[in-house]
Design a protein around this ligand. Structure first.
Ligand SMILES: O=C(O)C(=O)C[C@H](O)[C@H](O)COP(=O)(O)O
Length: 210
């Protein structure tokens, strides 16, 4: 049981692709979110890899209520609290720790822990998590690994990220245990630097047109 305002299943069902965003400048936050929304993507993962990430999450949460704004690279209890207070609707971690799993269950937004091996999957399952990130997807064996995992663990579903792009994302989405895929390819650094927001809209459009 948990006190999450929405379920992780709801997050996973918002669309086939989740852009993994690394945003440096706060003023880019709204244009990036709007460009992706215009392209048909409403789930956004803002990674805590930049100084301004928390402020950016808050800005998008306050100004674009229709966006499913989430936080990525959430690796500990303190960060989970920070992103929750900023208004994130969900949190994603590249991995898991016992304390993060416990904090996720005590929290109010869905936590999607990351795994790349069976033992961590079992730890996540034991703690009550069956919606997981699979990271780093390509380096950890990609679709072959996910297919194998589906044998003994058919009820655990994934959002793989890491090395996924337009060239291979459909192979992931074709697996019964994959609900969505994540990636930075939907918001390339170069386009963000050039403030070329149309590139993001076009990439989003292309990705959701399966
Ligand atoms: O920052 C995080 O929280 C992560 O877990 C990693 C990201 O999901 C991947 O780095 C995205 O991978 P690429 O699409 O290959 O760039």
């Amino acid at each position: 049981m948990n006190n999450w305002k929405i379920s992780s299943a709801e997050v996973f069902s918002q669309g086939p692709v989740v852009p993994v965003l690394v945003i440096e400048n706060v003023e880019d936050a709204i244009p990036i979110a709007e460009a992706l929304l215009e392209g048909g993507i409403s789930v956004l993962e803002v990674t805590l890899r930049t100084q301004s990430a928390i402020e950016i999450i808050q800005k998008i949460a306050d100004n674009i209520p229709e966006a499913y704004i989430g936080a990525g690279t959430v690796t500990n209890r303190e960060q989970l609290k920070l992103v929750t207070d900023a208004g994130a609707k969900f949190a994603i971690s590249p991995g898991l720790t016992a304390d993060l799993l416990a904090a996720g269950k005590e929290g109010t937004i869905p936590l999607i822990p990351g795994i790349s091996n069976i033992s961590d999957l079992m730890k996540a399952n034991d703690a009550g998590y069956d919606h997981l990130k699979f990271f780093p997807a390509e380096a950890a064996g990609g679709t072959k690994t996910l297919k194998s995992i589906g044998g003994p663990f058919p009820n655990t579903v994934f959002c793989p990220t890491g090395g996924i792009s337009l060239s291979n994302y459909k192979e992931y989405l074709a697996l019964p245990n994959v609900r969505c895929v994540g990636g930075s390819w939907l918001a390339p650094n170069e386009a963000i630097e050039n403030k070329d927001w149309k590139v993001l809209t076009d990439l989003a459009n292309e990705a959701i047109r399966l």
